[in-house]
Design a protein around this ligand. Structure first.
Ligand code: G3H
Length: 478
């Protein structure tokens, strides 16, 4: 048991008194790669208490000092990019180069957040009373933004570092404390990232990281009375959390079925390149991946041919080799993807490549002539399998997009910017990209989903604002 990674509480690395651990399976070898502590509910209670008291002092720490510490953490994180990226490769099979990019992007996010925070939080409002009918100028109202308290951050497996710091940094700059519950796959990468905050010298108890089984501490954390805000990224669990949570602000991003609408006048080489990047990077395990192509029939053959030529060039193999397509995160995920593929086969989709799977590794697959009765037309595979639906009008494409339960992002390819704007307005998604694949970044852009894709808006500025509350003081003149 000596090689079980410790959890982080009160500025120290600790063993759980439960004596239990959780295994992290390497998606490539399918063997146990690491073990983390299975924290108990009692340990969660302690962490919540420390987070509460540490937050009170932190809220009084000058904004510029909070920013200074965040800049320090960002620099340390970047210095540690190699070992953290190595964890990402082993825990979630992220291709080696993308793993490094995730860490560097995270450092940049923290620094940007520190800078944005001192500006956004450095100003308030001043109102006078006599603009409202019946009032004299006898009241002056001063507003400022105050922290919410303890923020519970729950990031997903696909960005255990980046989608953790996208919650941690705004929370801290705004004067909150953080309790982080990392995903099991990705927990060691997250612990290593937390170590960088530890080295930067944040006060004890301000940041904690508890690991463990969702069944043991999941609901206990999200329903805990000590939590003042939940920032969650992941799957359906988010919907369950939103039903059980206390009356606290929720920020959630829960996946998508991002459509790529291709018009007749689109630059098909550009579309094909974006379908490859959007549909297959990190083997399709991104909430913003292109998850359905809706292409006008007249250009469908040409587009499918171009995409197929590029699919043939994708390298398939282990993440250590920086392969384009790497094993998906777990066996159950691979089985789920396979279920969607077999359903499409049975219902008559055209397989542009042969379906091939070894363990958790699934070869990239484009499915043409997908129809609405197939599960893959609506469900999110979170794998390297992409359906193409041929459409005869733009309206048909928009209707398919809007009939989805999801509404994260979408994209439209056309040279006619006026048409693109009208289509963007008609698509019920949080963001529409014109002539590019969906993506969350740059990380200061607003990022939000509608319907089952989430609530609230992220992006650096929105997250800072979301993790604060407006406080007003009114001066009453005689
Ligand atoms: O998986 C969900 C992420 O928020 C998507 O981020 O667009 O940078 O891959 P990304």
């Amino acid at each position: 048991e000596g090689d079980v990674y410790k959890y982080y509480a009160d500025g120290e690395w600790k063993k759980s008194s439960s004596g239990k651990s959780v295994a992290i399976i390497n998606p490539t070898t399918r063997k146990t790669q690491y073990k983390v502590q299975a924290c108990s509910q009692e340990e969660v209670n302690k962490v919540m208490n420390s987070a509460k008291s540490a937050q009170k002092l932190w809220a009084k720490t000058p904004l510029w000092k909070r920013a200074e510490l965040l800049h320090k953490a960002a620099a340390i994180l970047k210095e540690h990019k190699a070992p953290i990226a190595e964890c990402l490769v082993k825990e979630i099979a992220k291709p080696a180069k993308d793993a490094v990019t995730e860490v560097v992007r995270s450092g940049d996010l923290i620094s940007y957040c520190a800078e944005e925070g001192v500006r956004v939080l450095g100003e308030g409002k001043f109102l006078v009373s006599d603009s409202f009918p019946g009032n004299e100028r006898t009241k002056y109202c001063l507003t400022s933004k105050i922290p919410l308290g303890v923020i519970l951050a729950i990031p997903p497996f696909n960005y255990p570092v980046n989608l953790a710091v996208s919650k941690i940094a705004p929370a801290l700059i705004a004067g909150n404390s953080i309790v982080l519950k990392p995903p099991t796959q990705g927990a060691v990468s997250a612990l290593h990232m937390v170590h960088c905050f530890h080295l930067a010298g944040f006060p004890k108890g301000l940041i904690s990281c508890v690991t463990g089984k969702g069944s043991e501490i999941g609901d206990f954390l999200t329903m805990h009375p000590g939590v003042n805000c939940i920032s969650f990224t992941g799957g359906d669990t988010g919907i369950a959390i939103s039903k059980k949570a206390n009356m606290v602000p929720l920020q959630m991003e829960l996946g998508g079925k991002d459509a790529c609408i291709v018009l007749e006048d689109a630059d098909l080489d550009l579309v094909a390149a974006n379908i490859i990047k959007g549909g297959f990077s990190y083997s399709g395990q991104r909430c913003t991946a292109v998850k359905v192509v809706l292409v006008m029939e007249s250009v469908a053959d040409a587009l499918v041919e171009k995409v197929n030529a590029k699919v043939a060039k994708l390298s398939v193999g282990p993440p250590e080799n920086d392969s384009d397509i790497t094993p998906v995160v777990s066996e159950s995920s691979a089985n789920f993807i396979e279920g969607l593929v077999l359903d499409a086969k049975q219902k008559g989709a055209t397989f542009c490549q042969e379906y091939k799977r070894e363990g958790n590794l699934i070869w990239p697959l484009l499915l043409d002539n997908v129809r609405p009765d197939m599960r893959i037309a609506w469900e999110e595979p979170f794998g390297p399998v992409l359906p193409v639906i041929r459409i005869n009008s733009v309206e048909e494409g928009i209707n398919h997009c809007n009939a989805s339960n999801f509404g994260l992002q979408g994209c439209v390819f056309t040279k006619d910017v006026n048409k693109a704007m009208l289509i963007s307005d008609a698509m019920e998604t949080g963001t529409v990209q014109i002539n590019s694949a969906p993506a969350r970044g740059p990380d200061h852009f607003p990022f939000q989903g509608i319907k089952d894709s989430g609530i609230g808006s992220q992006g650096i500025t929105n997250s800072i604002n979301m993790m604060t509350k407006v406080k007003t003081t009114v001066i009453n003149l005689p």
